[in-house]
Write a protein that binds this ligand. Structure first.
Ligand code: TXA
Ligand code: MG
Length: 316
């Protein structure tokens, strides 16, 4: 791919410039409430190809299409009733819905990696919303990190991973949620959890009713869910209450008063999710092996533990 010699750092006053770059087929990293996304025009095959090239992402791993409303989403997919209910409850927000592509959708084929379905999300971050409004079309946006590495929650993280490979970064400050969106697919009207994320299983059950919609035996393809993912360069050990001398210990809650870093000193899971990737980036930069305290599995803790298990998984 052609390298952008210099990546522009844009701010909230530069949304029109960012939209102009998207219209010209260029890539712009944009803040969302979950993580920064690497945005390109979802209808333009060259832009979509450039996203895969900039990230080094395998072509079989499809992208999430970001739109400004449920109405726009229905131009691209046939949403089951259960999906519409969830969209009404949680959009704009940290929920991605996977549904069958609608005929005449106009999206570039590579966005869906040849699947008959498309992943859609309406983000809540004011700058993402402003960019989508100004651009006026669907934006494909995977997390703005080199494939397999930790997702970015600041503009500096994006620059560290992708500077020189993308046209611009729109700086909207740190991402408040801090873990990626929850992804749900549908077997008929039955929701199937494909990735834990910013909206908890409990919240989803609150709309669709119990039993919670988590199933692991689904036939729905979820090509991006490789085990080793979100990987720091350093070795990562989980559920550590007694760190070794050479390790940098990331604590959680008041029992870890001796830890160098803490996801949340008071044991607040939302705060921990928000801090998670920045702390992994920071710990990784020390070059020391990383040890992480136990994190409870309820609420957004499930998404935190999912990312931690992937960070600690053996690499090949
Ligand atoms: O919060 C988020 O979701 C962020 C922000 C930028 O929106 N985006 C994000 O994108 O995490 P990415 O590419 O890192 O993860 C998207 C996941 C991948 O695991 C991919 O396989 C899955 O969505 N996905 C996309 N289209 C799909 C489809 N049609 N069926 C099943 N999974 C799909
Ligand atoms: Mg990602």
């Amino acid at each position: 791919m052609e390298k952008s010699p210099q990546t522009e750092l844009l701010g909230p006053a530069d949304v029109a410039r960012a939209a102009q770059l998207l219209r010209a087929g260029q890539l712009v990293a944009m803040p969302t409430e979950t993580v920064y996304g690497l945005a390109g025009d979802a209808r333009n095959p060259d832009s979509v190809a450039a996203i895969f090239a900039a990230k080094g992402r395998p072509a079989h791993n499809p992208l999430i299409v970001h739109v400004d409303s449920l109405g726009r989403a229905t131009q691209f997919a046939n949403l089951p009733d259960a999906a519409r209910k969830l969209a009404h409850a949680f959009w704009p927000g940290a929920l991605t819905l996977v549904a069958p592509l609608r005929e005449g959708h106009g999206l570039a084929d590579a966005v869906t990696a040849g699947l008959p379905t498309v992943a859609l999300r309406v983000p809540a971050h004011p700058l993402a919303r402003a960019l989508l409004a100004e651009f006026g079309g669907p934006v494909a946006a995977p997390s703005a990190n080199p494939s397999g590495r930790i997702s970015p929650t600041t503009a500096a993280h994006v620059m560290a991973g992708l500077a020189g490979r993308i046209a611009a970064v729109l700086d909207g400050g740190p991402c408040p949620v801090g873990v990626e969106s929850t992804i749900l697919g549908f077997e008929g009207e039955e929701a199937v959890l494909l990735r834990e994320g910013g909206i908890s299983a409990e919240q989803i059950a609150g709309i669709l009713g119990p039993p919670p919609s988590a199933r692991s035996d689904t036939k729905i393809a979820a090509p991006g869910q490789m085990l080793s993912h979100y990987a720091p360069a350093a070795r990562v050990r989980l559920n550590v209450t007694e760190p070794k001398d050479d390790e940098i210990w990331i604590g959680f809650g008041p029992d870890c008063a001796g830890a160098a870093l803490s996801l949340s000193p008071t044991g607040d899971l939302e705060e921990a999710a928000s801090a998670l990737f920045a702390m992994l980036h920071h710990a990784d930069a020390t070059g020391q092996p990383i040890a992480i305290a136990p994190v409870p599995e309820h609420g957004i803790g499930a998404a935190i533990n999912d990312r931690l298990r992937r960070a600690a998984a053996p690499r090949d």
